[in-house]
Write a protein that binds this ligand. Sequence first.
Ligand SMILES: Nc1ncnc2c1ncn2[C@@H]1O[C@H](COP(=O)(O)OP(=O)(O)OP(=O)(O)O)[C@@H](O)[C@H]1O
Ligand SMILES: [Mg+2]
Length: 349
Amino acid sequence: MARSFLDGVLGAFSQDMAIDLGTASTAIHVRRRGVVCREPSVVALYSDHNGDRRVLAVGQEARAMLGRTPPDVEVVRPLRDGVIADFEVTEAMLRMFMHQCMGPNHVVRPRTVLSIPTSTIDVERRAIRECAEAAGSREVHLVEEPLAAALGAGLDVSEAAGNMVIDVGGGTTEIAVISMGRIANHATLKVGGDQMDEAIVRYLRDARGLLVGPVTAEELKIHLGAAAPAGRRDGNTAMDVRGRDLVTGYPRALRVHQDEVREALSGIVQLIVDCLLATLDKTSPELAADIVDKGIVMTGGGAQLRRLDRALGQATGLPIIVVDDPASAVARGAGMALDHIEVLGAALA
Ligand SMILES: Nc1ncnc2c1ncn2[C@@H]1O[C@H](COP(=O)(O)OP(=O)(O)OP(=O)(O)O)[C@@H](O)[C@H]1O
Ligand SMILES: [Mg+2]
């Protein structure tokens, strides 16, 4: 009783936050304000002559330094496959993002809900929790990503019916069937937008003899990438990119066609298709019947890959629905979970 009274008082002054701490980007949803921050999960670190590291920049600013740094500056991504790979750097990054969202007038540390991949093991859960506390949270809750994604997509996850979500992120693709507020079955594929970028780098190296960086590969994916051929002509059909010629060693520009990018991505798309089919295969007949009626909801930044919905729809014979602003769906849904902490109780660890 005393605790809930205190919480009520503190709650009136704090800005509760839902945080999607992703491999590629971090999105923060603040109660009543919506998603106020979406930044790349990237940190630039400066090492002095004693080997001590200092944060030079985070987010967009740090990402712009990728591949362009002097020897004493290192640009890192502190999360891998959705889990923390470098605790100290993740904490510093999260602290700065949370600070940006709170503005100058905050008095009370916020309560936070963080989304985590379904397969996160106990030690990783503890690490995420401790990291969010160290970064300035008053109270930390964890919610599984597919549950947050489904909430963010506007699905009624509490009903006794199957809802299926596929979240294509930067480092992972998470597929889950949800019923009665719980995950009935799921699969995590360690493949996402990053592996698409790597596939484009490999393709250009092997087929065109040009070495490009990950930032250029991502631009190609976003501007020309597709999971299936276009029925009619797309707006952009080719793009000029710059890189290093593997034979001469000199910088060179090259025109890359959309068919090449699609071919480069085809292996990754097939892995996602196979994983989705395997997950459907493991779904109970009743839940599968619900999914036939409702289709599969797709979230995550990778859901924006052109015609990925069509490729998955053709492979499964089911409707695929890409939600609005798919890259923010998990943060939005985690924000909704925060609004219902008392109701969701058991689902929030
Ligand atoms: N228009 C687009 N087409 C294809 N991919 C895109 C597009 N826009 C963004 N992406 C990709 O989406 C990925 C980021 O998605 P998201 O922010 O959902 O990942 P994340 O949550 O950080 O990762 P994870 O969930 O694996 O931890 C990046 O690889 C990015 O290149
Ligand atoms: Mg994600």
